[in-house]
Write a protein that binds this ligand. Structure first.
Ligand code: NAD
Length: 334
């Protein structure tokens, strides 16, 4: 039976990246029926919002979506579509694998990390106010429920993907209540997974260790703000935005998307690198239980990049988005 998946091409370079994704997924032979939904800048004139209700309804119905980047309009009062999707669908886990790929310029070669970032709490709750004119206060929220479900997600992910270790990252030495609760809950959850090693690191030390010895780490689980910062650090370890995939996952739905934005200056030029969205597509296939096709697609992406002939400008080549996708699709086809 076909998998029904919501496809949100997005705006800026999103639509051309989505086209590349469709080409490559078709080559895997996995039967996907795309439920195409437009959101972002281009629909604001028609619907008065960048995220119309019927787009959310589609994701709720299909329970799985993949999206291209969407521009956040500045100064219009509209909140980011990306943040709205996470909030509306309670997508509490942000998953960001960071793996070295041969052929991608980077200072590091043996990085194989998975960052699991909590998506709903922490200073990101945005509860802040001015105290008089010259001071401001922001409230950091950490709950047992929020901590427990994200740490459980990290351990379940580790188990399903044959990972050996989970590291909880925090600053519990200073923030004894909030990060202390996160760390305590992480330790409790870890006891239920005796087959997976558990350790913790203070976030500043973690950053230094990731830069010096990234190969020592495996799955990292972090509260929202540290997760935001450390996941970009890890993307930097493996070659940056053009290749970094991501997913936002909750109990009711999952939305896969590249880490990068809409790169508006390149829109319509068939120029940007499709790898980040394609690797998000690999995560999507695993999520759908299509493990064998996911592995084939990942291998084909890696092979085309390693070969270096049909790659985009940021990888040192001169191929366009669709030519790179076509080379990957051809490779999958054998
Ligand atoms: P960006 O990621 O669009 O661009 C940053 C730099 O990386 C630019 O030089 C861009 O050309 C380059 N780049 C990005 N993706 C690339 C790719 N696939 N291949 C090659 N080069 C690539 O970040 P920005 O300029 O800060 O943001 C532009 C818009 O995107 C903003 O409106 C922002 O809010 C939005 N945004 C959306 C998402 C999302 O949809 N999840 C994420 C981040 C930013």
């Amino acid at each position: 039976m076909a998998h029904r998946v919501t496809l949100i091409p997005g705006d800026g370079t999103g639509p051309e990246l989505a086209q590349a994704l469709e080409t490559v997924i078709a080559a895997t032979g996995v039967d996907i029926e795309w439920d195409r939904q437009d959101a972002g800048l281009d629909v604001m004139a028609d619907y008065g919002t960048p995220l119309p209700e019927h787009v959310l309804a589609s994701v709720r119905r299909n329970r799985v979506a993949i999206k291209g980047p969407i521009t956040t309009p500045v100064g219009t009062g509209f909140r980011s579509v990306n943040v709205a999707l996470r909030k509306e669908l309670d997508l509490y886990a942000c998953l960001r694998p960071a793996q070295s790929l041969e052929g991608v310029r980077s200072r590091y070669h043996d990085v194989d990390l998975v960052i699991v970032r909590e998506n709903t709490e922490d200073l990101y709750a945005g509860i802040e106010h001015m105290v008089g004119e010259d001071a401001a206060e922001s409230i950091k929220i950490i709950t047992r429920k929020g901590s427990e479900r994200i740490v459980r997600f990290a351990f379940d992910y580790a188990r399903r993907h044959g990972r050996r270790k989970v590291t909880a990252v925090h600053k519990a030495n200073i923030m004894k209540c909030t990060d202390g609760l996160f760390l305590r809950v992480a330790g409790e959850v870890a006891e239920r997974y005796p087959d997976i090693e558990f350790e913790d690191r203070i976030v500043d030390n973690m950053c230094m260790q990731l830069v010096q010895k990234p190969e020592l780490y495996d799955v990292l689980v972090l509260p929202n703000l540290y997760g935001d910062i450390v996941s970009d650090l890890c993307a930097g370890l493996v070659g940056g935005l053009g290749v970094a995939p991501g997913a936002n996952i909750g109990d009711e739905a999952a939305v896969f998307e590249p880490v990068h934005g809409s790169a508006p200056k390149y829109a319509g030029q068939d120029k940007v690198n499709p790898t980040a969205l394609l690797r998000s597509g690999v995560l999507l296939l695993y999520h759908l239980g299509e493990d064998e096709a996911a592995a084939r697609m990942q291998e084909a992406i890696a092979a085309v990049i390693a070969e270096g002939k049909k790659v985009t400008y940021d990888l040192g080549g001169s191929a366009g988005t669709q030519a790179m996708a076509a080379a990957i699709a051809k490779r999958i086809g054998g």
